[in-house]
Design a binder for this molecule. Structure first.
Ligand SMILES: Nc1ncnc2c1ncn2[C@@H]1O[C@H](COP(=O)(O)OP(=O)(O)OP(=O)(O)O)[C@@H](O)[C@H]1O
Ligand SMILES: [Mg+2]
Length: 202
């Protein structure tokens, strides 16, 4: 959802509901984002299928731009405002680029690979999700973009995307909070429970 009230924001990107299409109804805006996200899944999964997708760290900017570029000027760009949720203050905007650069080698070490065991894939996905969430590169849409990224990794390893609707928001946010403290176990438990191999027919 894109409701500005979900954030405590300072700076001048406060009105996240302001969009290029001039949509003012929050439900309509949420629906538009859902359609765009589905399209982003189709587009990137097809590229992956054709062997035309490089799952590098910078891909996160392309994913976000493709997902929300039609709606928001800040899509695909590092945010310029501070963002907090609960008592979590995500990475200050002026540090995001450097932190992402510094994260590059850890990212490469933790990219899921097709010959990894299921346990290893679970560990890597939970770790990457939590660390990218702490960075929270974008003004809005971080969760959906990082989940899309993780789902692309999973597809590249022969797994279905994770359906987070099957778990409660309370459990999910609790795992995100633990992840900010480098305790990845609760997120691993969630990922393990949601993980399914792609079936032969697909
Ligand atoms: N208290 C918290 N501590 C740590 N991380 C949090 C907290 N609350 C939310 N998050 C993380 O922030 C994400 C939401 O960020 P954002 O609103 O930018 O993404 P979204 O795609 O719009 O939302 P959603 O993930 O709910 O679909 C959540 O998915 C979760 O990973
Ligand atoms: Mg949001």
């Amino acid at each position: 959802m894109a409701a500005a009230s979900r954030y405590n924001v300072d700076g001048d990107e406060a009105d996240v509901s302001k969009n290029k299409l001039g949509i003012t109804d929050p439900k309509e805006l949420g629906d538009a984002e859902t359609v765009l996200l589905t399209d982003a899944y189709d587009y990137f999964l097809e590229l992956l299928d054709k062997g035309k997708l490089n799952l590098k760290l910078d891909l996160i900017f392309e994913l976000h731009e493709y997902f929300l570029g039609m709606l928001y000027s800040w899509a695909g760009k590092v945010r310029t405002v501070n963002i907090s949720k609960g008592n979590m203050l995500f990475m200050p905007p002026n540090q995001i680029k450097k932190v992402l650069k510094d994260f590059e080698s850890e990212f490469k070490k933790n990219c899921p690979r097709p010959d990894d065991s299921k346990k290893e894939i679970v560990r890597k996905i939970a770790y990457l999700y939590c660390e990218l969430n702490v960075i929270h590169p974008f003004r809005e849409g971080n969760g959906r973009t990082i989940r899309l990224f993780m789902d692309l990794f999973l597809a590249s390893c022969g797994y279905e995307g994770l359906d987070f609707r099957k778990i409660s928001e309370v459990e999910y946010i609790a795992a995100c909070k633990k992840g900010t403290l480098k305790d990845y176990k609760p997120m691993e438990k969630i990922v393990f429970g949601l993980l399914n191999k792609k079936t032969e027919l697909e």
